[in-house]
Design a protein around this ligand. Structure first.
Ligand code: ZN
Ligand code: ZN
Length: 341
């Protein structure tokens, strides 16, 4: 994610938003993002949660206590729909299920990733990351530092959603809109009976979500192209009120989606120009070091360099599929070079 003005968690309160919708800020301990906004949507059978927050005792206290101040007993929750598998969204879903017997639902593509994570041993995971960093041209001394500790994978879902599915919620109309990019199975949720869109991390009012490729050198996916298309999809829904998972609620999701599209098109244009100025093929790491981030490359902590490289890889992949650059494989690391236009 890129930098922003932040609203501290301490300034956030559980809120009733009208129309049987509530929001509860749930802190993400030690993360500059501050908090996840968890939403509750009422139904005659009981409330449904959209996202659940980070799996941490303080976060659980904030979620269950926040719901209680709004008159909602966490034990009455009937389901948790997770916008995507990231730990600040899916982390507490398992705990809510334990407390209430609620089902957990997510898009089938993220469900597949969660199953993959459950099946991977820690050692395997570390080898996988180290290899991917080397192929991206990371300095071997950096490889050891970049790899963060692995949070426990989120709970396995009970239900899987596809694009256009209605979430089972009596007398409400809540539809899944598949918006891949930030993750392959990211969904927004359109509350059609109240003209609102729960946007997860896909569209946020001030920052833009991280869009990366992992492993960095994959050429069978193009998440940035997916993300741009997903922004278009959301814009087509019209000027709905957006209820994002971070920052604050904002009007006119279509306008913000168009802004984020422009931001990435400009970034792609700049990177294309920079690549055209360089004669020699560049590794993903070299490209990441050349791009503009919210801090100079040399000041970026190594873990953030790993994420910056993921973002560089996503932009390179899109330029490649648009025919602006080519990929050179066969060496120790994959490299990219501008095509003559
Ligand atoms: Zn996320
Ligand atoms: Zn998030």
């Amino acid at each position: 994610m890129t930098k922003s003005r932040r609203t501290p968690y301490a300034q956030q309160r559980p809120q009733e938003l009208g129309g049987g919708v509530w929001s509860v800020p749930v802190p993400i301990p030690g993360n500059p993002l501050g908090y996840t906004l968890v939403y509750a949507v009422d139904s005659p059978k009981g409330p449904l949660l959209i996202d659940a927050g980070w799996n941490h005792p303080d976060a659980w206290t904030a979620l269950s206590g926040g719901l209680a101040t709004l008159g909602i007993d966490v034990a009455s929750v009937i389901g948790v729909v997770v916008t995507h598998f990231h730990p600040d969204h899916a982390g507490l879903a398992g705990r809510v299920r334990e407390a209430s017997g609620a089902w957990i639902a997510m898009h089938e593509a993220d469900a597949a990733l969660v199953r993959f994570m459950h099946g991977m041993a820690d050692g395997e995971h570390d080898d996988f990351q180290a290899q991917m960093l080397r192929r991206a041209g990371a300095d071997p001394s950096e490889v050891a530092q970049v790899m963060p500790g692995r949070p426990a994978p989120p709970a396995l879902p009970d239900r899987e959603l596809r694009d256009g599915d209605l979430v089972e919620l009596p007398r409400r109309k809540l539809r899944a809109v598949h918006t891949p990019g930030h993750t392959p199975g990211h969904i927004c949720l359109h509350l059609e009976d109240a003209d609102r869109l729960f946007t997860g991390d896909h569209v946020l009012p001030d920052i833009t979500p991280h869009v990366g490729i992992y492993p960095y050198d994959r050429d069978d996916v193009d998440p940035l192209a997916d993300f741009l298309e997903s922004l278009e999809r959301v814009a087509e829904l019209g000027p709905l009120d957006a209820l994002p998972a971070h920052e604050w609620i904002f009007p006119d999701v279509a306008a913000r989606a168009a802004e984020i599209r422009d931001h990435h098109e400009k970034k792609l244009g700049r990177l294309g120009d920079q690549m055209a100025e360089r004669v020699e093929p560049l590794t993903i790491w070299e490209v990441a070091a050349m791009m503009t981030w919210n801090r100079p490359w040399d000041d970026l902590p190594t873990m953030l360099r790993g994420m910056a490289a993921g973002e560089a890889a996503a932009h390179l992949r899109t330029l490649e599929s648009r025919g602006k650059i080519r990929r050179i494989t066969g060496g120790d690391a994959v490299r990219f070079q501008a095509l003559d236009s």
